[in-house]
Design a protein around this ligand. Structure first.
Ligand SMILES: Cc1cc2nc3c(=O)[nH]c(=O)nc-3n(C[C@H](O)[C@H](O)[C@H](O)COP(=O)(O)OP(=O)(O)OC[C@H]3O[C@@H](n4cnc5c(N)ncnc54)[C@H](O)[C@@H]3O)c2cc1C
Length: 508
C-alpha cells in the first residue's frame, strides 16, 4: 500500500492521503478477515458519497447489517465538488408553486434534450423516483435555493420548472444526509471504515460475489457480504483508465481525486459490461493548471451570463488560427459541441491589453493572480505582436492576423456578420496580446457498468452477476444523461438509486 499526498483541487488548502494499491500491496501484510459486527455483512457498500450515503442510511433503517468502506478520510465524495443541481417531477416543491409535472414528462423531456441517447431502463427508474428523492431530502431539512425550481440553468432548459439546488451547491445535500448517517454510525447501525479502499471483488466457484478485498491502514483485508454495492463514483481522476475507456477524448478533469474507477476495474474483472465511453460531451471550458497533468483541470469563466455573469470580451480560435463559433451563443449545448468538434477539443482564447485591463478575469481569482499566470504557465501566453502570439500558439500567423483584423472590423461596425457575436465592446489591437490554451473540461465520466432495472450489474452473458449491484457515476454519465448534459441527471440518479437500493431493491 502506498500513501500518496494530494492537494484538494477545489480549495487548494486541504491535503489528504490517498491510499493506493501499489506493487507489493499483498506483501505488506497477508489478507486478514475484517471482523466487526459479524463475519458476514448483509450489505457491503463501496463508497460513502452521493449514492453510498442514502443507500447506507436507508438499508440501516431497514435493519441491515452494513459495512461501508470509504477510501477517503471523510464521507461525502463528489458532494464536496458538485454544483448540486438536481431534478425531479411531481415534487412537493413543484406543487407549492402550482407546477404540473409527471415522471413521464420528465422522461420525454430528458430524452428530447439528449436526442434519445439515455439508457431507457435507467432513465425510467430515475424519473419515476427522483421526485420522492427530492421530497425525502426536504424532509431531512434540505432547503432549495430561492427562485428554484427553474426550467434551465447551466444546461439546456427543460420544458417545465423541475430543476433546483441548495445555496451551498451539493454541500447543501451533504449537510442533511451526513447528520443522519453520523447518528447511524454512532449507534453501530452502519460499520463505517474510512481510508479503506476496495481493491477487488471476491467470488465463489459459481461466480457469485461473496465479498471484497480492501487496502486498509493495517494492510489488505477481506470482508464477506451477502450483497456488494459499488457506489465508488466515476473515473475522471484516473488518466490511465480514461485513455482505455474514452480513448478519443483528451482529458482535462476537475473532479474528486478519488474518482479513480476502482468499481469499474473490479467489476470488469468479473466480466461486467462496461460501455458508452465514446458518448462524451465536454463542459465549456477549462485549462490544465499543470500542462502535463490531465487531472489538473481548472475552470475558465467563458460562459456568458451564468453564475459569474461575465461577458465574453475575447475571441476563440482553433488550431488554424480561425474563429469557429459564436463565442457568446446563448445555448451551452451549442458551445460545448462546437468545442468538442475542434481538433484536440482545444481552442485559444485571444485578447489584448485593453481587455486584460477592463474585463473581469477569466478565472475566479483576483486580477493580480490571473495576470501572474502569463509567462509562468505554458497554457497562458503573452506576446508583443499578433504574429508572435501565433508563433507561440503554433497557429498560422497570417490566419490569426486576418481573424483579428476581421473581428476588429466587426467591432467597429457593431455587427459580426460571420459569427454573430453579440458583445462587441472592444477591438483587439493593444499590445501586449494574450491567449489562453483552453479545452473542453471533464467533470463526469461517460463509461460505466450496465445494470438491469434492479440495479444488478450485468455480465457479458447478459445475465446479472449474482450479489453485485451498482449506483451512481459508476454506471457512467452516458447511461444516466446520454451524450448531453441534462439538468441534474448525474447527481439525481446517484441519490435516487442509493435510496432505492437501501429502501427495497437489496434483499438479505
Ligand atoms: C464540478 C462538478 C459539478 C457537478 N455538478 C453536477 C450537477 O450540478 N448536477 C448533477 O447531476 N451532477 C453534477 N456533477 C456530477 C455528480 O455530482 C456526480 O456524478 C455524483 O455526485 C457522483 O456520485 P457517486 O456516489 O457516484 O460518486 P461520489 O459522490 O464521488 O462517491 C463515491 C465515493 O466512493 C469512494 N471510493 C472511490 N473508490 C473507492 C474504493 N475503491 N473503495 C472505497 N471507496 C471508494 C470515493 O472516495 C467517494 O467518496 C458534478 C460533478 C462535478 C465534479
Amino acid at each position: 500500500m502506498h500513501l500518496r499526498k494530494f492537494t484538494d483541487l477545489k480549495d487548494g488548502r486541504r491535503t489528504a492521503w490517498l491510499l493506493t494499491a501499489g506493487p507489493g500491496l499483498a506483501s505488506v501484510k497477508p489478507a486478514t478477515t475484517g471482523g466487526g459486527m459479524g463475519d458476514v455483512w448483509d450489505v457491503i457498500v463501496i463508497g460513502a458519497g452521493s449514492a453510498g450515503l442514502p443507500l447506507a442510511i436507508k438499508a440501516a433503517e431497514r435493519g441491515a447489517k452494513i459495512l461501508q468502506l470509504e477510501a477517503d478520510y471523510r464521507v461525502g465524495g463528489t458532494l464536496y465538488w458538485s454544483s448540486g443541481q438536481i431534478a425531479g417531477a411531481g415534487t412537493r416543491l413543484q406543487k407549492q408553486h402550482g407546477i404540473e409535472d409527471s415522471p413521464a414528462e420528465h422522461y420525454r423531456d430528458a430524452q428530447r434534450i439528449a436526442h434519445g441517447s439515455i439508457d431507457p431502463v435507467v432513465l425510467k427508474l430515475t424519473t419515476e423516483h427522483a421526485g420522492p428523492t427530492i421530497d425525502w431530502l426536504m424532509d431531512l431539512g434540505f432547503a432549495p435555493a430561492p427562485g428554484t425550481p427553474v426550467a434551465g440553468e447551466a444546461h439546456e432548459a427543460y420544458s417545465t420548472r423541475r430543476y433546483l439546488w441548495g445555496t451551498q451547491q451539493a454541500v447543501s445535500i451533504l449537510n442533511v444526509l451526513k447528520p443522519v448517517h453520523d447518528k447511524l454510525v454512532a449507534r453501530g447501525k452502519i460499520d463505517l471504515r474510512l481510508q479503506h479502499r476496495m481493491t477487488g471483488l471476491m467470488t465463489d466457484t459459481s461466480g457469485a460475489v461473496i465479498g471484497v478485498r480492501a487496502a486498509t491502514p493495517s494492510g489488505e483485508q477481506e470482508f464477506r457480504g451477502k450483497n456488494v454495492v459499488l457506489a465508488s463514483g466515476g473515473y475522471a481522476a484516473n488518466a490511465k483508465l480514461w485513455t482505455q475507456l474514452t480513448p478519443k477524448v483528451p482529458l482535462c478533469s476537475y473532479c474528486n481525486p478519488y474518482s479513480r474507477g476502482d468499481g469499474l476495474v473490479a467489476a470488469r474483472k468479473l466480466g461486467a459490461v462496461v460501455d458508452s465511453g465514446d458518448k462524451f460531451l465536454c463542459t465549456f471550458a477549462g485549462t490544465r493548471d499543470n500542462p502535463k497533468d490531465p487531472t489538473s483541470g481548472t475552470f475558465l469563466l467563458l460562459s456568458p451570463g451564468g453564475q459569474s455573469s461575465r461577458r465574453i470580451w475575447e475571441i476563440f480560435v482553433d488550431h488554424t488560427g480561425k474563429r469557429f463559433m459564436q463565442e457568446d451563443h446563448p445555448s451551452i449545448d451549442y458551445r460545448e459541441r462546437s468545442l468538442l468538434s475542434r481538433k484536440g477539443m482545444a481552442m485559444h482564447v485571444v485578447f489584448d491589453h485593453g481587455i486584460m485591463q477592463n474585463a473581469s478575469p477569466i478565472m475566479a481569482e483576483p486580477s493580480a493572480a490571473f495576470r501572474a499566470r502569463f509567462g509562468r504557465n505554458p497554457n497562458f501566453v503573452k506576446a508583443k505582436t499578433i504574429a508572435e502570439l501565433a508563433r507561440k500558439l503554433g497557429v498560422p500567423a497570417a490566419n490569426l492576423r486576418k481573424t483579428v483584423t476581421e473581428y476588429n472590423k466587426a467591432v467597429d461596425a457593431k455587427v459580426d456578420r460571420k459569427w454573430n457575436k453579440a458583445f462587441l465592446i472592444r477591438r483587439i489591437d493593444k499590445a501586449p496580446f494574450y491567449a489562453i490554451k483552453a479545452m473542453g473540461i471533464t467533470v463526469v465520466s461517460p463509461a460505466g457498468l450496465k445494470v438491469d432495472k434492479q440495479l444488478r450489474v450485468v455480465g457479458k452473458s447478459g445475465k446479472p452477476i449474482r450479489n453485485l449491484y451498482a449506483a451512481g457515476e459508476v454506471l457512467g454519465f452516458a447511461r444516466t444523461s446520454g451524450d448531453s448534459f441534462v439538468g441534474g441527471l448525474s447527481l439525481t440518479p446517484a441519490l435516487t438509486f442509493g435510496r432505492l437500493l437501501g429502501e427495497h431493491l437489496l434483499k438479505w
